[in-house]
Ligand binder design. Sequence first.
Ligand code: NAP
Ligand code: GLV
Length: 307
Amino acid sequence: MLYVHVPDQAERWLALFRAALPDIAVAGEADAVDDGQVEFVACWRPPEGLFARFPRLRAVFALGAGVDRLLGRPDLAPGVALIRLTDAGMARQMAEYVLHGLLRFQRRFDDYARQQQAGLWQPLPQRDASELRVTVLGLGAIGGQVARTLALLGYPVAGWSRSPREIDGVRCLHGSEALDGLLAETDALAMILPNTAETRGLIDARRLGLLPAGALVINAGRGEQLDLEALLDGLDGGRLGGAQLDVFETEPLPAGHRAWRQPHLHITPHVAAMTLPAPSAQQVAAALRAFVAGRPVAGMVDRVRAY
Ligand code: NAP
Ligand code: GLV
């Protein structure tokens, strides 16, 4: 049996899973469930202790790309497979999100909005895409497509990953030794990394200081990867040119936090790339079938690597 625990649209998810897996029993929170029959769970932000209910649990399917909130949970036994979404329609959304931040900055749309408030008709100097060096941190299912899309639009794009990657039109670097030098050549930084022991605190005050004056920072990975106070200091002092943040260490970002009042920071409530129910249910169904058949499963999380 597949048990589905989702924060909203439960009926829609159940209908999608039942259609995609007609040969498997599918149940949700509202159903009377024999916990001993549950072998699979599909979930996003499940309550603590949920997995401990199911003694025959074999695999958990995360209905998102990041699994940081699931890894390390005491109720997720080491022998249970953890499988995440790979793209499933999120990469295109993320490319839109990053492009929006880039264009606002490059084409000076914020300055024009301020000028409009003042009734001012005044063309401003702007940089061509070919002059804005973009670095994408994380070249996986999502970051890889973001980098590829921006390169096609004419931005000089560099990308950074843990192991070597090759993407047409993108200068690919890897490993921690390569990062500092890359930051020094970055006008716009886009962070699309998983939250792991290696990436937490990655972009700290020192590394923000390596970015050229006036740089833009976009973080859509996880809040723990960026020193928010150092970023705000950089924006307040004018050394950094702007920022667009979708993720924060504490979500929702607390009311009254100084970040809300920084005029060059644009905040979105963790919506850069949303889980799309239809393609996600299809992908989970395919992964579940592969898992049962003993075939390789796309999105299988390596518990040691933590992504
Ligand atoms: P993915 O396919 O697992 O790719 C992760 C990328 O990060 C890979 O290129 C990986 O390198 C790289 N990486 C991991 N650890 C690294 C390290 N220590 N140093 C350098 N590079 C490192 O993940 P994805 O599907 O693209 O998703 C990435 C993250 O985006 C998710 O984990 C989640 O946190 C975030 N996300 C946010 C939203 C949102 O709405 N804000 C939506 C979806 C996802 P290798 O290529 O060498 O493995
Ligand atoms: C969203 O943040 C995700 O990881 O899918």
